[in-house]
Design a protein. Structure first.
Length: 388
């Protein structure tokens, strides 16, 4: 009887371990695909959750005045919409003036680009003259002149033969036509975004008015000790996200007011438009400082003076450093315990999945995940890895 072949035990264990890894890997891939292809839906939901966390303290204040939660939520949401409407009208007035000045700003940008190109070309020529010997340089210049003459003669002959059939240059498009074409080309995306954005006020209202019911119903899904773990996890997520969202909102509001006042004192055009933009962009992790400088530097193209550019750069950099080193730890607090490596990877992952909104939501989402890991016994090692 021929002996039967038995695979080594080590190979068998490796195959079994690989089989155990298949379900988590497949599940992770499915989750990533759902987050990527359903990003408009998830971004809308997370935006509503963020706004609800911002408005919850106001709802609590209204409830202390003996108002029911539903009425308090309605009053707060209505006031928030009116506040956004006033801000939108002010921004529209500023943007209208900016639109009228776009040709002037475009000419200034073109002059700056041309000046930079001339300086680069001059620097290249100086370096070329320094590195090459005189005789070799003269020979190279002579060859370049001969090549230019031959090219010009061929171009003249070609122009003479094709002048009759050459197409006329298309007229230069106005900024309004460019914007109109851009909107038309992406009309479906704009429609999808506007459709989802129209649900945000309703989602915020229902999240605020049905908050207690949602919490109770969520905890009813668990039994025994698991319910206590779920309650602690939910409380930890709420604490971390509220500390981050409300703290960043207050800090962004303070930076917007201070930036607008500074730019107004500098006599910078559209100070009440570029001030809030600069203040809010300053809160973007890692790239906040260069992003915060873009709006005021663009507005400084109006006066187009070197001292104004220098003053804008110094003031924005000083305000940004003071805010992140002194105000951020005190206002946001120490509840969001994430190490820098995890923050960097979370920004990369969520930025890839959800683009710009992912960069803004990366830290609260990762902090909420850490809160869950800290309260679930089996996931505490992951929570320690994510923490500082």
């Amino acid at each position: 009887m021929a002996p039967t072949f038995k695979p080594p035990r080590i190979a068998t264990d490796a195959v079994q371990e690989a089989r155990h890894l298949y379900p988590p890997i497949v599940a992770l891939g499915v989750i990533i695909a759902i987050l990527y292809f359903g990003r408009v839906l998830f971004i809308t939901a997370m935006t509503a959750v963020t706004i609800a966390f911002l408005l919850e303290p106001l709802v609590a204040v209204m409830m202390r005045l003996r108002l029911p939660r539903s009425v308090a939520s309605f009053v707060v949401c209505t006031a928030a919409l009116l506040f956004l409407y006033v801000i939108g009208m002010g921004a529209y007035a500023q943007l209208t003036g900016l639109y009228d000045d776009l040709p002037k700003y475009g000419q200034r940008i073109g002059d700056i680009v041309d000046g930079v190109q001339i300086r680069i070309q001059t620097l290249e020529e100086q370096t070329y003259r320094m590195l090459l010997p005189t005789r070799q340089r003269l020979e190279e210049e002579e060859r370049q002149r001969q090549a230019k003459k031959s090219r010009s003669s061929r171009a003249t002959a070609a122009t003479a033969t094709t002048a009759a059939t050459a197409p006329q240059p298309s007229p230069q498009k106005t900024p309004a036509e460019v914007i109109s074409e851009y909107i038309t080309a992406r009309l479906s995306s704009f429609y999808e975004i506007l459709l989802m954005a129209s649900f945000v006020p309703f989602l915020v209202y229902f999240m605020l008015s049905w908050r207690d019911h949602i919490n109770r119903s969520f905890l009813q899904l668990f039994q025994g000790e698991a319910r206590l773990v779920a309650a602690r996890s939910l409380q930890g997520i709420a604490g971390m996200v509220r500390a981050f969202v409300v703290g960043n909102f207050l800090l962004g509001l303070l930076l917007a007011v201070v930036s607008s006042a500074m730019f107004r004192l500098m006599h910078l055009p559209y100070a009440f438009l570029v001030g809030p933009l600069s203040g809010l962009l300053s809160l973007v992790p890692y790239v906040g400082l260069p992003l915060a400088m873009i709006p005021p530097l663009f507005a400084a193209l109006g006066p187009n003076k070197v001292p104004v550019y220098a003053l804008v750069v110094v003031s924005v950099a000083t305000l940004h450093l003071l805010a992140l080193n002194l105000l951020y730890p005190k206002i946001v607090g120490s509840r969001v315990h994430l190490n820098p490596l995890v923050v960097t990877f979370s920004l990369m992952i969520w930025g890839f999945l959800w683009d710009g909104p992912g960069l803004l939501l990366a830290i609260p989402l990762t902090a909420g995940l850490k809160a869950v890991c800290d309260n679930v016994k089996e996931l505490r090692p992951i929570g320690k890895f994510l923490g500082d």
